[in-house]
Design a protein around this ligand. Structure first.
Ligand code: NAD
Ligand code: 4PL
Length: 244
């Protein structure tokens, strides 16, 4: 039970990779806040886990993020782990991205990571313990097409991860990023990305589809106590697609 007595917030955990991370941390003993803009989906995941709390939150809203962290502290008294997983995964040709769409992706995928990190920080600093894991993507390594705004947002997430790791190391807080490759989730299956699985599989060292349960163990390592010496890193989890 590597995460016994640990309290974790996982954003975007009503489905997909976030739900798999929440289930994994819960199975290792953590109490998990299932935080998602889809409150109904969050409630369903929370109901399936022991001692989980569902919170409806738009992670791009400063007020809602602060209320989410208050709800966690109110229920559990602390926050040990933050997993920034919530994101929009778009599919838009580069010259069809208008400025409003660019801003929408940045506000959820990048601003949201800043807002949640800033909000949990005082609690982690005062406890002299914290684990922050940001979900990036291997598109930052590969420069994948039809996602330019998303690729830029994930590059921002990797940069912010490194800077925050530098700032927070002295407080016992580690900050790392995990970069999945194309992964079968409710989101990708329902989008044009579904068409890419065969091609991406042909590029991978391991020739099968990536699943959400392939990503969760990498996150669970970085959120564990024993990963104390790993900070500012980017762990690519993509079946050897990019070999980064
Ligand atoms: P998904 O679309 O299946 O699920 C995303 C979840 O985030 C949903 O429950 C959604 O309601 C929630 N969400 C969206 N916007 C939100 C907001 N503003 N506030 C709170 N919650 C919000 O996504 P997924 O495929 O599971 O991807 C999860 C993470 O993994 C994302 O960060 C994504 O960029 C990353 N990722 C996914 C893949 C992939 O191929 N699936 C590959 C690399 C990285
Ligand atoms: C390889 O993060 O990593 C498509 C869509 N293809 O969101 C991703 C790859 C997508 C990816 C991603």
């Amino acid at each position: 039970m590597k995460h016994k007595n640990r309290i974790a917030i996982v954003t975007g955990s009503a489905q997909g990779i976030g739900a798999a991370i929440a289930r994994k941390l819960s199975s290792e003993g953590a109490s998990v806040v299932i935080a998602d803009i889809n409150g109904e989906g969050a409630a369903e995941v929370a109901a399936s886990l022991p001692d989980a709390l569902a919170v409806t939150v738009d992670t791009s809203s400063e007020d809602q993020v602060n209320a989410m962290v208050d709800a966690c502290i109110g229920r559990f008294g602390k926050v040990d782990i933050l997993v920034n997983n919530a994101a929009i995964v778009p599919f838009t040709e580069w010259d069809d991205i208008d400025f409003a769409e660019w801003r929408r992706i940045m506000s959820v995928n990048l601003d949201g990571v800043f807002l949640t990190s800033r909000s949990v920080y005082p609690h982690m600093r005062d406890a002299a313990y914290g684990r922050i894991v940001n979900i990036a993507s291997n598109v930052f390594v590969a420069g994948t097409p039809n996602l330019a705004h998303y690729v830029a947002s994930k590059g921002g997430v990797v940069g912010f991860t490194r800077a925050l790791a530098t700032e927070l190391g002295k407080y016992g807080i580690t900050v790392n990023a995990v970069a999945p490759g194309l992964t079968e989730t409710e989101g990708t299956i329902a989008s044009p990305h579904a068409e890419a699985f065969d091609f991406v599989q042909s590029l991978q060292a391991i020739p099968r589809r990536g699943l959400a349960t392939d990503i969760a163990p990498a996150v669970a390592f970085l959120t564990s106590e024993e990963a104390a010496w790993v900070t500012g890193s980017l762990l690519v989890v993509d079946g050897g697609h990019t070999r980064h």
